[in-house]
Design a protein around this ligand. Sequence first.
Ligand SMILES: Cc1cc2nc3c(=O)[nH]c(=O)nc-3n(C[C@H](O)[C@H](O)[C@H](O)COP(=O)(O)OP(=O)(O)OC[C@H]3O[C@@H](n4cnc5c(N)ncnc54)[C@H](O)[C@@H]3O)c2cc1C
Length: 464
Amino acid sequence: MAGAQHDLVVIGGGPGGYVAAIRAAQLGLSVGCVEKEPALGGTCLRVGCIPSKALLESSELYAEARKTFGRHGIKVGGLDLDLAAMLKRKQDVVSANTKGIDGLFRKNKVARYLGHGKLDGPGRVVVAGGDGAVTEIAATRVVLATGSTVATLRGAEPDGERVVTSTEALSFPEVPRRLIVIGAGAIGLELGSVWSRLGASVTVLEYFDRILPGMDTEIAAEALKVLKRQGLEFRLGVRVTAARQDGDGAVVEIEGQDPVRGDRVLVAIGRVPYTEGLGLETVGVKVDERGRIPVDAHFRTAAENVYAIGDVIAGPMLAHKAEDEGVACVEGIVTGYGHVNYDAIPNVVYTMPEVASVGKTEEQLKDAGVAYRAGSFPFMANGRARALGHTDGKVKILADAATDRILGAHIVGPRAGDLIAELAVAIEFGASAEDVARATHAHPTLAETIKEAALAVDGRALHI
Ligand SMILES: Cc1cc2nc3c(=O)[nH]c(=O)nc-3n(C[C@H](O)[C@H](O)[C@H](O)COP(=O)(O)OP(=O)(O)OC[C@H]3O[C@@H](n4cnc5c(N)ncnc54)[C@H](O)[C@@H]3O)c2cc1C
């Protein structure tokens, strides 16, 4: 049992953990990071954000070549799908990213421990490697960044083959003829879009009577219209009671309705915090009713010198939220100050068109009784969107009726995920809609829709 000592040990090498480790090292701490998987980067890099976006990009190019190249006057003969090559490219993108983290750890002198990390009383972390080796680390402080895992639906437990999670749905060996997706959240819609573009007939089943629960209702309804037009089938307001393998396919049972059959079923109903075998009890930390580690505003758990960040604590399960918490947590430890503005965390769904939001939805403002003004602008009226041939969707900005301060912004449209950054910065800076409206936006760009929506808050959009 070899011993080691660090000022800070981070358990979990996902976007929360690895970023916390790098920032702590930059601030002069001796840092160790424990990760049980051979590749660093967590859910996000290995089986989440990055591989899904690689497939979304490839499948979108394929769909464009099939459906829209002709409109640009480009004739493509003999177009064919090489799924194995597409999956290999995805894996290459993942590897390049995960290896990049190894490089960043070397550069910043973060010690990397491969194995399952466990708290073993105050100031001690034990790492059990796959080879049976056990390493004991003395840690002045510990950051828990163990992330999340897929939520399962009782009666629809994944079998890894026909009833699967997002991880398997990133690597189907062939395009399913019929894919059933349970859950119309970001992951279900993104992976449903990937396989639909590649030729699968996709049916999305959702418990709520809308898609993208939690996002702005009007924007989600607009996204639904476009996705339906692309060929995805939606059955909303249905309760799935079971899903299982059935012959060489799968069957999904729905309360009060006929069962639905497909080649494969993707269960995408959300994610739950992951704390298995973490030894929380050895330091007296208890998880809450939803399995999350409770923390205060400085990411301190109930145990002295033990902190937690990312998907394993409350808040949106997003990579950039985890990263910013990692930075704020260690800056708080070293400098005494660290802060995350939860009102300015963008949320993006990478369908085509993308759906993006930041700040409050219209429903939240109504519920809170806040008087607001809304301004929106359609991509149809934007020259660049027309040139791109992507004119679906709109930008909507919500501003305080009295002060004009931007409270929320919601976009469905081309590159919405990139466009939302401007409005996240605007909210962060406490900008008014007029501030954004008066800023010069390059022409012709998609970003002009943001300026126009900001003008529309005051009823004076120019191009509509
Ligand atoms: C298909 C999919 C697509 C997604 N797309 C997006 C997206 O586009 N944008 C976005 O913002 N978010 C996306 N997410 C969510 C995003 O991946 C997570 O919010 C993010 O990874 C959370 O970061 P984290 O560091 O808290 O946890 P994780 O990334 O889950 O990392 C935790 C790490 O800790 C390790 N670990 C756990 N316990 C131990 C232990 N005891 N010892 C050692 N190691 C341990 C795990 O192996 C893991 O590597 C997606 C998720 C999925 C599944």
